[in-house]
Design a binder for this molecule. Structure first.
Ligand code: HEM
Length: 195
């Protein structure tokens, strides 16, 4: 394999590793909930700054995965038609576009509304009426982040099967385990990594 191809593959791997943002956003949200101080403004502002900026970072990593993926297809296979003829690559491409769509909905829809609400806060404590409006938005964003995490995991499971497929039963078991992992990330602090 030539060096450029290996560098493309490295960019592809780094891109999807850094697309683990939904996992760390979920853990961040769960850490703040564990503080049991829902009205404290500073931890909320700190968390929202990180989540807001992570969205922009995630666009860059998604683009890295797309460009390097297309490069790999062009270099190694019979060209772009592989996206339509090889279901693993086709599905990974669809998943990536779906994730960009979800990210855009969260960033330009939900996050903007959250920012507008937080702009109304002018003390160290978030007023109850703003909290009541914030909670459903944060709840929806958390569910979407979990779905995105699940999609990243599925795409990685497919990614390692580009040229040689696992038995389909193993693929389904791994996808079920991904759903379980996502559920844990949604619900807990996952203090021991996997659990
Ligand atoms: C969510 C998006 C994606 C994820 C998480 C992902 C993940 C992966 C993973 C885990 C591998 C295996 C790397 C290895 O063997 O070391 C891989 C390889 C590959 N991916 Fe992706 N991928 C994504 C999107 C794409 C897209 C959009 C394309 C092309 C249109 C693509 C094309 C390829 C190709 C051709 C390989 C094989 C590289 C090789 O073994 O030489 N991927 N991907």
């Amino acid at each position: 394999m030539n060096t450029w191809l290996q560098i493309l593959k490295l960019a592809h791997i780094l891109g999807f590793v850094f697309m683990s943002t939904p996992l760390f956003n979920l853990l961040l949200v769960n850490e703040r909930a564990a503080l049991k101080a829902p009205q404290a403004y500073l931890p909320l502002r700190y968390m929202e700054n990180i989540i807001g900026r992570n969205a922009k970072r995630c666009y860059v990593f998604q683009l890295t995965v797309l460009i390097s993926g297309l490069g790999l297809v062009l270099y190694t296979g019979p060209g772009l038609k592989l996206i339509f003829t090889e279901w693993v690559i086709g599905l990974k491409t669809l998943i990536l576009f779906l994730m960009t769509g979800l990210l855009s909905y969260v960033h330009f829809g939900i996050q903007l509304k959250i920012e507008n609400l937080l702009a109304e806060v002018n003390s160290d404590s978030v007023p109850e009426e703003i909290l009541t409006k914030l909670k459903p938005l944060q709840g929806r964003r958390k569910k979407l982040a979990s779905f995105c995490l699940f999609l990243v995991l599925v795409a990685i499971i497919l990614g390692v099967q580009v040229y040689s497929h696992f038995p389909i039963s193993i693929t389904f078991i791994l996808i079920a385990l991904s759903a379980l992992f996502t559920w844990r990330a949604f619900k807990s602090l996952m203090s021991y990594g996997w659990i």
